[in-house]
Design a protein around this ligand. Structure first.
Ligand code: SF4
Ligand code: SF4
Length: 334
C-alpha cells in the first residue's frame, strides 16, 4: 500500500437515520477512490470506551488525521485527546451555518493539551452540510496544505501490523464492510459523559467541587480530568453550566451551547433556568444535580455544597426548595 499523507476517519452516526447513513456512504465511496488519502470507518466516537478495538485502532494511527463525525469540532477533538488520540488542532474552513457570526466568541485562555505529537487532527462536523462535495473539497484543501509541509509519512499497514490485535484493527480499513454491518465490529452502547475543552479550561477545579458523583479527578500533571466517565448521570449536563469558561461539553446534548457550539455561550447560562423560575445557570445546575442525587436515593443538597467560588457573593435565593425543584421537573416532562 502506498504511503499517504493523510488518513480520513468517518465516525458513524449513533442513529440509523437514512440521510446520515447516505452521507457517510457517499463520502466513503468517494474517498476510497482518492489516491491521496487512506479511509477508515469506526462506530460513533463518543460511544467507544477504552477497551473497544475502534479506540485501539485510532490510538495506533500515526500521521495527520481528518475525523468526520456528527459532533461539533471541539467536542470531537477533545474527546479524541482524552482517549489518547492526540495532535494539534487542524484549522478547518468549514463553517457551521447555524452559528451567529455577530456573536463575539471569547479568545481561549485555557491550559491547552499536553504531550501532543507532531501532527494535526482536523475534526469536521458532518452536521454542517448534507452535500458530500463540501467535505471532499475541504479534505482536498487539507491534503494540499499538508503536502507543502515536510510530512513524514508511514505505511499504514506497517504500524497496524505491528500491533498484537492486528486482525481486529485491520477491519476498520475495510470501510464499506463496517458501514454495511458486514464486519464483526463489536457493538457499542450509548454513553454519556463530559468532555473538557482544554483550550478553554483554566484548571480552576470548580467542576470537581461541584460534581458529587466522582466523575472528575486530576492527572499526573495536576490537571483536571474526566476520570470516571461512566459515573456521569445520563442526560445531566449540570457541570457544564457551572464551568466559568464554557469548557465542559456534552456532545450529545440537544442544546448547541452545551454540545460544543461556541456561538451562543450565553444560552448555556439561561436556557432551562427559565423553566425552573430561577435566575441563573448555576441555579439550574443545582436543581439538575439534586435530581440526580434523589434518583440515587441520596439527599438533595441544594446550593450548600460545592458552589462555584465566583458565586459566593451572589444574592439570589438558594435552590434548596424541593417543591420548586419538582415543579421544574414537571415542566420539563421528565
Ligand atoms: S470548571 Fe471548567 S475551567 Fe474549571 S477546571 Fe472544570 S472544566 Fe476547567
Ligand atoms: S453532569 Fe452531573 S454527574 Fe455528570 S459530571 Fe457533571 S455534575 Fe457530575
Amino acid at each position: 500500500m502506498a504511503a499517504k499523507s493523510l488518513t480520513v476517519v468517518v465516525s458513524q452516526s449513533p442513529s440509523k437515520n437514512p440521510a446520515k447513513r447516505h452521507l457517510e456512504e457517499e463520502l466513503v465511496a468517494a474517498l476510497m477512490l482518492d489516491e491521496t488519502v487512506d479511509v477508515a470507518v469506526v462506530p460513533h466516537l463518543y460511544n467507544l470506551d477504552a477497551g473497544h478495538s475502534g479506540t485501539m485502532f485510532l490510538q495506533s494511527m500515526r500521521g495527520h488525521l481528518v475525523v468526520l463525525s456528527w459532533m461539533y469540532p471541539r467536542a470531537a477533538h477533545w474527546l479524541l485527546d482524552r482517549a489518547g488520540i492526540k495532535g494539534h488542532q487542524g484549522e478547518t474552513l468549514l463553517e457551521d451555518p447555524d452559528e451567529d457570526e455577530d456573536v463575539e466568541i471569547p479568545e481561549p485562555q485555557g491550559i491547552g493539551g499536553v504531550e501532543l505529537p507532531d501532527r494535526n487532527v482536523y475534526c469536521l462536523d458532518l452536521g454542517v452540510d448534507s452535500d458530500p462535495q463540501v467535505f471532499l473539497e475541504e479534505i482536498s484543501r487539507i491534503v494540499g496544505e499538508l503536502t507543502v509541509e515536510t510530512v513524514e509519512t508511514v505505511e499504514l499497514m506497517d504500524w497496524i501490523s505491528g500491533s498484537p490485535e492486528q486482525g481486529q484493527l485491520e477491519r476498520y480499513l475495510d470501510p464499506l464492510s463496517v458501514l454495511t454491518g458486514e464486519s464483526d465490529v463489536e457493538p457499542v452502547k450509548r454513553r454519556w459523559y463530559p468532555v473538557i475543552d482544554y483550550e478553554r479550561c483554566t484548571n480552576c477545579m470548580e467542576c470537581i467541587d461541584f460534581c458529587l458523583f466522582g466523575v472528575y479527578g486530576v492527572d499526573n500533571f495536576e490537571r483536571i480530568l474526566v476520570e470516571q466517565q461512566d459515573n456521569c448521570k445520563k442526560g445531566c449536563p449540570a457541570c457544564s453550566r457551572v464551568c466559568p469558561e464554557n469548557a465542559i461539553v456534552f456532545p450529545q446534548h440537544k442544546e448547541p451551547a452545551v454540545a460544543g457550539a461556541l456561538g451562543d455561550v450565553g444560552a448555556l447560562k439561561i436556557d432551562l433556568s427559565r423553566l425552573f423560575g430561577s435566575t441563573s445557570g448555576i441555579d439550574t445546575a443545582v436543581a439538575e444535580r439534586d435530581v440526580e442525587l434523589l434518583r440515587d436515593g441520596r439527599d438533595a443538597v441544594g446550593a450548600d455544597v460545592g458552589m462555584p467560588k465566583r458565586q459566593a457573593d451572589r444574592d439570589s435565593t438558594k435552590r434548596d426548595d424541593l417543591d420548586d425543584l419538582f415543579d421544574g421537573l414537571d415542566a420539563m416532562n421528565l
